[in-house]
Design a protein around this ligand. Sequence first.
Ligand code: PTJ
Length: 245
Amino acid sequence: EDEIPEDHPRYQDLLTRHRIEKGVDKGITHLQGMHAEGRGSAFDYLLGEETIPSANDAERAAAAELLLAERPVLSINGNVAALVPGEMVDLADAVGADLEVNLFNRTPERIAAIASHLREHGAEEVKGLEGDARIPNLDHQRAKVDADGIYAADVVLVPLEDGDRAEALDEMGKTEIVIDLNPLSRSPQVAEVPIVDNIVRAVPNMTEHARELAGSNEDALRTIVDEFDRTKALEAAESRIRNGL
Ligand code: PTJ
């Protein structure tokens, strides 16, 4: 990270890419995570590399949704762990959620590496090591979750999620919050709250909203959730990309 000059016009993007490379080196991020990062980076470029107003609305609604939840869980994969480990710990603190390592390409080594990486960034409890429950209608490894974590959660934040798993979680009746820079991919399409924004901007902004909303009563939070229009938010992101072109 020291080698990237801060005045480089693509500083943030290069920093993000570098973090993913380091994640791969450390055994945290899967090689496929580099492709995911490349796709995300292209969409971010088209969005103007900023949090568009509809994404900010989604981040506020997501914060309200997490504060209202009985059992909120934030899901962590190899890209999330490389890009925003401390930020996810802060968000979990702000909304009273659990952190669960949940991998598409699941191996015990990567689960352990990510869990200790999160602890180095301040996490106390990290779920996902048990893998003692299954998401129905998914093949074995990809379906593994903790019985007292994602399996039992009412609201789950699944950033950079694969479409099949997002659909399977949706079928379980979970309220899903998805962060994904591609508004056309299946995960944001099935989410109650689709956040079309870079995770490096989205998560700190959600935490800020959560801290600001922490004193609000249930009715006020419910109103924020109800007023959020997921279809409009997806359309706004798509139109930003098309008009930008
Ligand atoms: O660590 P694992 O084993 O769980 O694997 C994680 C990846 C991300 C490799 C796996 O879930 C995967 O292959 O995901 P996809 O299908 O490539 O989807 C990733 C989505 O995230 C794509 O739509 C990207 O545009 C988007 N994306 C990538 N980087 C970012 C992003 N969205 C927000 N912020 C980013 N920084």
